[in-house]
Design a protein around this ligand. Sequence first.
Ligand SMILES: [Zn+2]
Length: 445
Amino acid sequence: MTGGPATPVACDLVIRGASQVCVIPPDGGGLLAADPSQLGIVGGGALAMRGGRVVWAGPESLADRALGPEPDATVIDASGCIVVPGLVDPHTHLPFGGWRAHEYSMRLGGASYLEILAAGGGILSTVAATAAATDQELLAAGRGILDEMLAGGTTTVEAKSGYGLELEAELRLLRLAGELGRTHAARVVPTFLGAHAVPPLYRGNADGYVEVVLEEMLPAVKRFALAEFCDIFCEPGAFTVEQSRRVLTRARALGFGVKMHADEMSQSGGAELAAELGAVSADHLLFASEAGAQAMARSGTIGVLLPITVLSLLGDEVDAGHCRRQARMLRAQGVKLALGTDCNPGTAPSASIQLAIALAGRIFGLPPVEAMLGATRHAAQAVGLGGQVGTLVPGARADAAIFGVPSYEDIAYRLGGNLVRWVIKDGRVVHCPGGPPAAGERLVS
Ligand SMILES: [Zn+2]
């Protein structure tokens, strides 16, 4: 934040008169996460951008003097609204073929997980539906979901492969994720998750599949530069800690950042391994141990909580009291927490990070301040973009979401709707009621 400099700051997009601008400065100061000052709130604030970067954030009362908008600058009157950094969804399974509504009906009809699997459901049904879909169909479905995410304020989306489970199919999904990123307004960060499940061909021989991931898939993903991160589903029934260590150690040696699905359904040492390998994130963590949490806090590994998924598991696999105690433990150990949708056709058929924020309080007891940090600063760190997105400090990417509410607390409090008015990505208005603005247009809420 700057005061009123002598020379007006040139800008091509200005947001004026917001009730709050949440600047969310990068880490520092050793403040408690629950301290609202962590959000760097400017009450009665304005924000200016130029050339796709934030150039100024400060009080509305200084904006006239401080800013020199270019003649065709877009001006947004954000009275009664708040401005936050474009939200970051650090855990999704885009792209995939088809939803699984029928399976959900079966579950509510009393079918067990094994009965659903026997009826051809579960992750392998998505692998089959993804294989059966054309590239154009997968791109269209992916764009539809990204449209929904963008309209809900999400400007950066991590996207995992993992519904291929063989070399060409995994490379195809990563190429499609890359194509989505190049052609959609949302920023897409691709992650290789070849070790998402053991495919039928390798049933009882997970080590054999791990060899394929190590010797064929990882080198090819590297050669074609298709992913920034490598992830693995470390869980009994999927991949062991030892198999995860092999895959992620190789990935790291090849220059990938590493992430993990860790300790989701049982305590298997996933959090400890994530910390040992310096993973950017360990995700789910419902059963992570206290020692694992301590290690994560020391290594700076972000803990990604996925409350929408938990909502699907509540009652059967986990109970609400456990989730709350677990989140309290992670916070007490100093783990920095992020939030994601986990958007996937099985446990989390949702594109709404606003829903994840609202559920984070109800399910994990996360205060609104921490939920906001979880969808901005910490989520950005979980996809390796800390300081560049998830913040509105001058110099950051000009990604912002303007919500039609008076305070950031309302985003955590309100449940189930879309509170967003405008979304800006790289300094361009990408979501606007009534269509994109003309040059120099003044947008009013
Ligand atoms: Zn996942």
